[in-house]
Design a protein around this ligand. Structure first.
Ligand SMILES: Cc1cc2nc3c(=O)[nH]c(=O)nc-3n(C[C@H](O)[C@H](O)[C@H](O)COP(=O)(O)OP(=O)(O)OC[C@H]3O[C@@H](n4cnc5c(N)ncnc54)[C@H](O)[C@@H]3O)c2cc1C
Length: 645
């Protein structure tokens, strides 16, 4: 492809851009919509919302997920809430403030037009969810309640106790099931997309494997939408569901969809610390807990083993409140994570030793319980306290929780234009799997907002606009491009099943990849470490293809085979993450390069040279992708030093 990236964003006053774009968009006559077939891969919040909305419009939709039900998508895990600029609290919120907070929170590495649209649509998402019956928390008088989240000084987060994602997903799935019942949506659960079908430069379908009986099938359509979630599991240990993977977008990337900002990965500060080497999963404690919980570590390293409840106030270091008095415990995630890491690296970490290190700080509710009473705290966070107790065996009502940062969310993903279309014609990407809106750091409670804005409000317009310019009709299942895609899937499965020196289960390679990424492309990065990872990653990939052991066959239920395919893609993506981190010779948001920090240890951007979205093109060699730059223009917000002090 040529170097130029067309964002297709409108110009003019920011407030009118989305309205104008929608007016300028082509429409498909209601009676013609049933002639178009749309494939939606993924039925988490973004995909379920998109499939339901497109079905409601009358298009014929085929939706796919690898779980046994759309209701089990990873979105169900979202705990804390969803942002919206309703200003119910009358505390100074507005669309402009949400726009500004998001641009600033992302450290000025996102596109203004998209972010403004997200803030604008946010209020409609809440109306939509309420109409579906989503049980948001309410004030005594009946109004919807709000709480605060990191990176904002207003309360704009709507929530359903600690189960916001689950309740929103029930709403979206209810809308989806209605379309399944009316026949506009054909749902394919336990079906994994393993390849994209591209014909004449246009996305025309996907190849899938039925995860129950191993059947390989091709599905063709007029366009394809990927809503396949984030790639945080590249780090092996993460707060993501174990099944979350990169395969759908990585397959698309290999076909020409540019991958944007792969190194922008979010490490969340409040996770339950790792307790041993056997672990394969970490658990998030919602950011909402930082509303009332205070983060601290012992002031003196000598006190790290003392009972925290007995450590007097003057021997505690409330390091976030000390370093960032304006935002205190509610600083954004990247800042809170790095601060916790520094405290632990300096020997003040608490909790059991893992690999000779104590990686944990306290999240303490004793002051909030004393002030507000246990019943108020129980009402706000009861299920989170219970979850913590069940996992750690410690009682957070009596002793502070222990937390430590963990891989959680990925801001990077497929590059999309203003219409959410990738660089492959007819291939759209929505939700966490696209790169849009969050720049170098996502603010808490903004992922649900983005996924639902994409699915309920943006795709139904932009896909209609795309289809209006194309005659309906799918390519035949006999087409050479379809047959080639199916053959490629079969060949890859055979290769995974027949490694020449098969001896290790796929997890062995995934753990090693995760450690490399965590050490060198995690909370802090430096050129030497990235170079080292870049030397080791191709060797690890080679070892994988030589030694991976997958028992059984492809023609049956085979979870090891599923995992092996996903890990093979993570191994390529990991290299791109490190290349991107090395090429971005600055610090910004989550991307903290130790060679680009201020004297106070804060990230130091280089706007003159790096105010761009890095969009990588697959070249055939994972070690030599081509970089395209989308230059970012700030017409409405002046990039400034991001301060939360
Ligand atoms: C523990 C936790 C708590 C969170 N809490 C919050 C919160 O409070 N607020 C907030 O805003 N955000 C939160 N987030 C982030 C947020 O939950 C996610 O970003 C969001 O839910 C992603 O939605 P999605 O629809 O893009 O993807 P997902 O919900 O991950 O759905 C992906 C879908 O794609 C399907 N899929 C993937 N690959 C394939 C394939 N190859 N073939 C077929 N199907 C495929 C899956 O089956 C699934 O249906 C949290 C994240 C975590 C990990």
């Amino acid at each position: 492809m040529n170097d130029e990236l067309h964002t297709n964003e409108p110009t003019g006053p920011l407030e009118n851009r989305w309205t104008r774009q929608r007016f300028d968009m082509g429409l498909v006559n209601p009676t013609n919509r049933k002639k178009y077939r749309i494939i939606v891969v993924g039925t988490g919040l973004a995909g379920a919302a998109a499939a339901a909305s497109l079905g409601e419009l009358g298009y014929r939709v085929k939706a796919f997920c690898f779980q046994d039900s759309p209701r089990r998508a990873h979105s169900i895990a979202a705990q804390g809430g969803i942002n919206a600029a309703k200003n119910y609290q009358n505390d100074g919120d507005s669309v402009w403030r949400l726009f500004y907070d998001t641009i600033k929170g992302g450290d000025f590495r996102s596109r203004e037009s998209n972010v403004y649209r997200l803030a604008e649509i946010s209020a409609s998402i809440i109306d939509q969810a309420v109409a579906q019956g989503v049980p948001f928390a309410r004030e005594y008088g009946g109004l919807l309640a709000n709480r605060s989240f990191g990176g904002a000084q207003v309360s704009r987060t709507f929530y359903s106790r600690g189960q916001t994602g689950q309740q929103l997903l029930l709403g979206a799935c209810q809308a989806l099931y209605r379309q399944i019942a009316t026949g506009t949506v054909e749902m394919h659960p336990r079906t994994e997309m393993l390849e994209l079908i591209v014909s004449d430069g246009r996305a025309r379908g996907i190849v899938t494997r039925n995860l129950v009986d191993g059947r390989i099938e091709a599905h063709t359509a007029d366009c394809v939408v990927l809503c396949s979630g984030g790639y945080g599991n590249a780090y092996y240990l993460s707060t993501n569901a174990k099944g979350c993977n990169t395969s759908a977008i990585w397959r698309a990337h290999r076909h020409g969809a540019l991958f944007a900002n792969p190194c922008f990965t979010q490490i969340h500060p409040t996770c339950i610390p790792q307790s041993g080497n056997y672990q394969s999963k970490l658990t998030l404690m919602s950011e909402s807990l930082r509303n009332d919980g205070r983060v601290w570590a012992p002031l003196h390293a000598a006190d790290i083993s003392r009972n925290p409840a007995e450590l007097p106030e003057e021997l505690r270091d409330y390091f976030l409140e000390r370093r960032y008095p304006a935002f205190g415990n509610l600083v954004p995630r990247d800042i809170a994570s790095r601060a916790a890491k520094e405290v632990c690296d300096a020997g003040h970490g608490v909790g059991p030793e893992v690999n000779g290190r104590r990686l944990g700080v306290y999240l303490d509710f004793s002051a909030a319980i004393a002030e507000l009473g246990e019943s108020v705290i129980r009402e706000r966070y009861g299920n989170l306290f219970e979850m913590y107790q069940r996992i750690t065996g410690e009682d957070p009502w009596r002793t502070p929780m222990r937390i430590y940062p963990a891989s959680h969310y990925t801001m990077g993903g497929l590059w999309v234009d203003y219409n959410l279309m990738t660089t492959i014609d007819g291939l759209f990407a929505a939700g966490e799997c696209n790169y849009s809106d969050h720049g170098a750091n996502r603010l808490g409670a903004s992922a649900l907002m983005q996924g639902l804005a994409d699915g309920y409000f943006i795709l139904p317009c932009s896909i209609g606009n795309y289809l209006a310019r194309h005659e309906p009709g799918q390519i035949s299942s006999d087409h050479a491009d379809v047959r080639n895609a199916v053959a490629a899937v079969r060949a890859r499965i055979e290769r995974l099943l027949n490694a020449p020196a098969a001896q290790h289960p796929p997890e062995v390679f995934h753990r090693r990849l995760g450690q490399l990424l965590w050490d060198h492309c995690g909370m802090s990065r430096d050129p030497a470490g990235l170079q080292q990872a870049l030397q080791e990653l191709p060797r690890l990939r080679e070892a994988f293809w030589r030694e991976v052991k997958v028992c059984g066959s492809g023609a049956e239920f085979n979870q090891v085979l599923e995992r092996a395919g996903r890990i093979a893609d993570f191994l390529e993506l990991g290299e791109l993450m490190c290349l991107d981190a090395l090429a971005r010779n600055e610090s910004c948001g989550s991307h903290a390069r130790t060679d680009h920090l201020t004297a106070e240890g804060e990230v130091q951007r280089n706007d003159a040279d790096y105010s761009y979205v890095a969009a990588w093109e697959y070249s055939g060699d994972p070690g030599a992708p081509k970089l395209h730059r989308e230059q970012l223009h700030f017409e409405f917000v002046r990039p400034s030093v991001r301060s939360y002090k």
